[in-house]
Design a protein around this ligand. Structure first.
Ligand SMILES: *[C@@H]1O[C@H](CO)[C@@H](O)[C@H](O)[C@H]1NC(C)=O
Ligand SMILES: *[C@@H]1O[C@H](CO)[C@@H](O)[C@H](O)[C@H]1NC(C)=O
Ligand SMILES: *[C@@H]1O[C@H](CO)[C@@H](O)[C@H](O)[C@H]1NC(C)=O
Ligand SMILES: *[C@@H]1O[C@H](CO)[C@@H](O)[C@H](O)[C@H]1NC(C)=O
Length: 650
């Protein structure tokens, strides 16, 4: 106010009347026709959130609601979710109200045999639903709850299941009707242990979610299924939802909010495609994809062709060859018919997109690849000896196991190929590890434990960590700092070659080469002789009993029977069997004849002395003396701390 001016103050007196709302009243909302949050149809975009976008897992990654939930007696939650990693409890949603952290909590638990758990109403309700967690796949989930009728409906990937809400029977049950109290704090992606948060890394959600919505009504199973099929025909407006404008939920920390085409969520599975940016021939592309149990890509229609191309175009610099092509297709020329056929089954290919000028199928142009520059999406016939990238198609993200880490190691043992880092594929650990190309080496790093990492000895810049490699380990709980580890894509019944290739277990030590590096025929001993084993000493007694020895003497032929000289000449086979508790065994097969022990002199053997009637030694000519190991039981469970598979023990 400038000096010299005057002002007047008016004093107003008013009467206040406060209307008391009945406590816990059910809020009835006007059912307005839905204002579509998003456009519908072919090009519809939906909200998309990625939690835990940083290099390390953090407590600072979540979404928070600041508009407040009303009191709820009915609700439905729908979301498309794609897990990246697994924490002990993966908290989708957590709501703290009336001093209670379990006013509403929904999480999946990885320890309790993959359950989805729903706690609500001040911990009065606890429900467990079977829910196997799959990584890197869109899962479509709706949960609807009616607290007055105690109905819970879970729709997972189009399959609906009904449950009755289970009240917590720890004596806290009350006759009050069940209700979720309004006015609290709602968080997605972390578990509220108090109103302040008190988050824990064991309760984070490392995933992508799309089109997250909460309705204050119970949806029908059909309405929920329409959400999953992306033909969303839900006639209600959600009370809470994710959108880029952050109308009802705000992103905090390492959390990225964007949109994605809805059709990405709902397209039929067209395979999981990974590109390896090293240039090789067609034959090597087939071998490379095959080693990881995949096939060279072969799009079945235009949409797949576009999707794969767009995904792999960023690798153009690494992949383009002199033909200006990027990657091979799994199609080859059939020399009889001169037609394009699938390399894998010999059938004519379902779809093709050849350039009119460069479709000259011939002896020299017997392979197909996609053009890199001007001729986007177009195919060329090219020589199979050209060198370009391997684009592989898998039915699900390729999964690998690391063998050879010690029991107490904190490093992840299971990894998936799904993304890229520094221009090469990235192996994401199931819990917190990742293996990535960095500074000329492969590095294995924990997102959880800082200072815990390993680096691979790289002998060739094109090398991948598959198979048996030497790693330097830093900051782990084991005393070894240098270890041979085996990163294997092989399944249970298989043996991993040192190169990473899988062969059947029965091909191991079968006196035929099956691995490219012959490693299947190395180290074929069937006994492990422990340090300090003394072959001069018999096996120690077990539980006070003397060593039991089974003996058989089988006469094959009687060659001479001399009554005058009192001599007999026999051909016989003797067999002795015993247990030596000091030894462990491996690579044992059911037919003991193939389990020959080639460690003469290193093992204790009983001495066989044959005497005649006059107690004098007989003349013995030993023709052969062989030792075999015989399996008594099924093999012990596989032990991943041992480098190679099939370390059985008897
Ligand atoms: C995970 O949830 C279970 C209940 O299913 C609970 O007992 C356990 O303590 C939770 N673990 C963590 C790390 O929060
Ligand atoms: C990947 O494989 C699946 C299953 O065989 C097939 O349907 C799909 O067309 C393939 N996709 C590509 C890009 O090769
Ligand atoms: C080529 O096509 C002919 C005729 O369909 C078929 O009999 C033959 O098996 C095919 N050859 C290969 C290698 O697939
Ligand atoms: C890259 O590796 C070299 C040795 O291999 C090392 O001296 C250098 O510090 C590393 N650089 C980074 C950024 O890690």
């Amino acid at each position: 106010m400038a000096p010299g001016t005057a002002y007047i103050v008016g004093i107003l007196s008013v009467g206040l009347s406060i209307v008391m709302q009945p406590l816990h009243a059910q809020v009835t909302l006007d059912r307005k026709p839905i204002l579509r949050r998003k456009p519908q149809g072919e090009n519809a975009e939906v909200s998309h959130v990625t939690f835990q976008t940083g290099e390390y897992d953090t407590l600072d990654s979540y979404m928070e609601n600041y508009a407040g939930l009303p009191d709820l007696t009915q609700f439905t939650i729908c979301v498309h979710i794609k897990y990246h990693r697994i924490a002990e409890n993966n908290t989708l949603l957590s709501y703290f109200a009336s001093g209670n952290d379990d006013e509403l909590t929904i999480f999946t638990n990885s320890l309790e045999a993959n359950t989805l758990q729903l706690y609500c109403c001040g911990d009065r309700v606890r429900n467990y639903v079977h829910y196997p967690i799959r990584l890197y796949t869109w899962e479509h989930l709706c949960i609807s709850v009616d607290l007055s009728t105690k109905r819970l409906t879970v729709v997972l990937n189009n399959e609906a299941k009904e449950y009755t809400l289970r009240e917590n029977d720890d004596g806290s049950s009350s006759s009050e009707p069940l209700v979720i109290q309004g006015g609290g704090r709602l968080v997605l992606g972390q578990d509220l242990d108090s109103e302040e948060g008190d988050f824990s890394l064991e309760q984070i959600l490392a995933c992508e979610i799309a089109d997250f919505v909460i309705y204050d009504v119970v949806l029908t199973a059909d309405e929920m299924k329409s959400f999953m099929s992306c033909k969303n025909s839900i006639p209600f407006e959600p009370i809470i939802y994710v959108d880029r404008e952050m109308t009802t939920l705000q992103a905090v920390g390492d959390t990225d909010v964007s949109t994605i085409p809805e059709r990405e969520l709902c397209v039929k599975d067209s395979g999981h495609n990974i590109l390896f940016p090293e240039r090789v021939t067609f034959k090597d592309s087939v071998a490379w994809c095959g080693m990881l149990k995949g096939k060279v890509v072969l799009p079945a229609n235009q949409e797949e062709n576009i999707r794969v191309y767009d995904k792999f175009l960023p690798f153009r610099d690494a992949c383009v060859d002199s033909w200006r092509t990027l990657y091979y297709f799994g199609a080859i020329r059939n020399t009889t018919t001169d037609k394009w056929t699938s390399y894998y089954d010999g059938n004519p290919i379902a779809w093709e997109n050849f350039d009119v000028q460069w479709n000259k199928i011939s002896n020299n142009y017997g392979c197909a690849a996609v053009a890199s520059l001007n001729m986007k999406y177009t195919w060329y016939a090219i020589p199979c000896e050209s060198a370009m990238c391997s684009a592989c198609n898998f039915t699900s993200p390729p999964k690998f196991l690391i063998r050879g880490l010690c029991k107490t190691s904190l490093l992840d043992r299971t990894y998936y190929l799904n993304d890229y880092y520094n221009g090469r594929p990235l192996f994401e650990g199931e819990e917190h590890g990742r293996i990535f190309w960095n500074n000329g080496t492969w590095e294995l790093r924990s997102r959880r434990h800082s200072g815990l990492f390993a680096t691979m000895e790289v002998k060739n810049s094109k090398a991948y960590p598959f198979g048996r490699k030497t790693w330097a380990i830093f900051g782990d709980k084991c005393d070894k700092t240098k270890l041979d580890l085996l990163l294997t894509p092989c399944s249970k019944g298989e043996y991993t070659c040192n190169t990473g290739h899988c062969i059947e277990k029965r091909q191991r030590c079968n006196i035929a080469i099956d691995c490219p590096d012959q490693s299947d025929e190395l180290d074929c001993d069937v006994v492990n002789i422990p340090p300090g084993y003394n072959p001069a000493l018999p096996p120690p007694r077990t539980s006070g009993k003397p060593l039991s020895l089974a003996f058989s003497f089988r006469i094959i032929t009687i060659k001479e029977f001399n009554l005058v000289g009192f001599t007999v000449v026999l051909d016989a086979v003797t067999s002795l069997s015993w247990r030596d508790s000091r030894l462990t065994f491996r690579n044992l097969r059911p037919d003991y004849h193939v389990n020959e022990v080639r460690r003469d002199g290193q093992l204790w053997k009983p001495q066989l002395l044959i005497r005649d009637g006059a107690r004098s030694a007989v003349d013995l000519e030993v023709r052969s003396d062989d030792l075999y190991a015989m399996a008594e039981d099924a093999a012990l469970p596989d032990d991943v701390t041992i480098l190679s598979e099939g370390n059985t023990r008897v």
